[in-house]
Design a protein around this ligand. Structure first.
Ligand code: HEC
Length: 123
């Protein structure tokens, strides 16, 4: 390879590195201003099944709330979020909202509602 071809090659790769860096910086910026992306529903579903399932799934609908599907959870996101944040739910488990599972579900619901999650510590 002659020296000019090599120079072109180096120039090209440094240009694409710069481009990649600015795209990455832009993505980073975007994530600081918008709400965090929602955790995957599958994960939320597993947590809700364990924590709420016996009263709100598969035919159980205490308080008129069913948590079987993503659609049901999204439709009632606001009331579900409130019930968890105020320690009303899960029933008789007032510190659940401080657990990793509780925080993940709160983060999911807030993302669905377009709220930022700068305070879900409830301290
Ligand atoms: C042991 C049974 C039980 C479990 C477990 C349970 N709930 Fe409930 N839930 C109830 C009952 C009973 C009601 C109706 C009375 C009330 O609202 O306190 C209710 C009502 C609700 C309501 C209606 C709004 C409200 O606050 O009244 C929401 C939303 C709700 N539950 C969400 C959840 C979520 C989310 C979980 C899991 C994180 C959960 N529940 C776990 C029994 C349960």
């Amino acid at each position: 390879m002659d020296i000019r071809a090599l120079a072109r090659k180096i120039q090209f790769s440094s240009a694409s590195a710069t481009w990649a860096t600015s795209v990455f910086a832009c993505l980073l910026n975007a994530s600081t201003v918008t709400a965090e992306p929602a955790p995957p529903y599958e994960q939320v579903h597993r947590i809700l099944t364990a924590a709420c399932g016996k009263c709100h799934m598969n035919g159980h609908h205490r308080g008129g709330i069913q948590l079987n599907t993503e659609l049901q959870v999204e439709r009632d996101a606001e009331v579900i979020l409130t019930s968890i944040e105020t320690s009303d739910m899960p029933y008789m488990d007032p510190t659940w909202n401080q657990t990793a599972q509780g925080k993940l579900v709160i983060r999911y619901l807030k993302a669905k509602l377009g709220q930022t999650d700068d305070d879900n510590s409830l301290e």
